[in-house]
Design a binder for this molecule. Structure first.
Ligand SMILES: [Zn+2]
Ligand SMILES: [Zn+2]
Length: 346
């Protein structure tokens, strides 16, 4: 698909938020996104024998093609980096100098600048395409960097909420194959999060009950340090999975080192098994932790479990899904869990 022609007025490049009052949807109007690099832009003569450092902005050696890093692992600049977090050159949220401290974190009702932070998490120095290829210790470093960055952003009064999300493969929205995720902080709480928070407000044991039900029906795929990888009761696609702690915890950025490492290990285990079950499958994942600070009620903070939702993109979302918000999946959650539980054998 060819990109639309960007606007010629430079001021028009700054992303803005528009609100649809009928659906409650928020849309980021971000013309500069049309200019972001794409694997399809690589030199026409490149193939599997071409060195990706010739064209990939995320490879070690091409640091000049990204802004300076906010964080790197290891921290010492004298050692080669294994992961870096850098500002996104094509952000859909930018620092608005006129942004004020946010009160309720409500979505905008009239168009306004999309104020926030939009980073790229470059998850390997080499041109890796899969989480499964990264050394386990280096992969733990990636999650620790994300935790630190979220922890820093959480202290800002002008930001309401943040997430980490991964688009793995073109069917999941990735434009570059080099292993990476994105980290976004916004000055409002998106509608999907508002809906989950309202559900947990009404039923504080929702997450605990989901884990108990998964325990009883054999949908726990794996567990590390009190963090579980489970198939939810209503998966949108075969092999959808959630990663969450057994006990409530509102913020991933405030979790223990053991739980942070558990998330790294469980995401790597999940990707290894998904790739065995459906080679080459594309997927998304995203973090749902509570809005920053004391915005959520004490009751909600006591009931929330931060969680990573992992959604394989085995079939496209079609008219029915878009029309209704309902999903159709051909595989039962019990069968998805049973297949994910089988260890990979060499
Ligand atoms: Zn690369
Ligand atoms: Zn969620």
């Amino acid at each position: 698909m060819s990109d639309p022609t960007p606007a010629t007025d430079p001021a028009a490049h700054d992303p803005r938020l528009h609100h649809d009052p009928v659906s409650g949807r928020t849309v980021f109007v971000a013309p500069k996104r049309a200019m972001r690099p794409h694997d399809a832009d690589r030199p026409a003569n490149s193939d599997s024998t071409t060195d990706p450092r010739d064209w990939c902005p995320f490879c070690a050696g091409n640091e000049h093609r990204t802004p300076p890093a906010w964080l790197r692992a290891p921290a010492a600049a004298t050692e080669p980096w294994r992961a870096r977090i850098v500002p996104n050159l094509y952000p859909f949220a930018v620092e608005d100098p006129f942004a004020a401290a946010v009160a309720g974190g409500q979505a905008p009702l009239v168009p306004r600048p999309a104020h926030g932070v939009h980073d790229v998490v470059i998850e390997s120095a080499a041109h890796e395409r899969t989480v499964a290829a990264v050394d386990a210790d280096a992969w733990r470093d990636v999650w620790e960097l994300c935790r630190q960055r979220l922890d820093t952003l959480a202290a800002r009064s002008d930001l309401a909420w943040a997430t980490i999300f991964k688009n793995s493969g073109p069917q999941a929205g990735a434009s570059l194959e080099h292993l990476h995720s994105q980290l976004v902080a916004l000055d409002f709480v998106p509608a999907v999060m508002q809906a989950e928070m309202a559900a947990v407000d009404r039923a504080p044991r929702l997450f605990a009950d989901a884990i108990t039900a998964a325990d009883r029906s054999g949908r726990i795929v794996a567990e590390r340090a009190d963090v579980v990888l489970l198939v939810p009761d209503a998966p949108r696609q075969p092999f959808e999975a959630w990663i969450l702690p057994r006990t409530p915890e509102p913020f991933f950025h405030a979790t223990t080192p053991a739980r942070g490492a558990a998330v790294a290990d469980l995401t790597q285990l999940y990707v290894t098994r998904l790739e065995r079950l459906v080679p080459g499958s594309h997927f998304n994942w995203w973090l749902h932790q509570l809005p920053f600070g004391s915005r959520p009620s004490a009751a909600l903070r006591a009931a929330w479990h931060w969680h990573l939702e992992i959604l394989p993109r085995l079939s496209a979302f079609a008219g029915f899904e878009l029309a209704t918000g309902c999903h159709i999946t051909p595989l039962s959650p019990d069968e998805s869990a049973a297949r994910l539980r089988r260890p990979v054998t060499p």
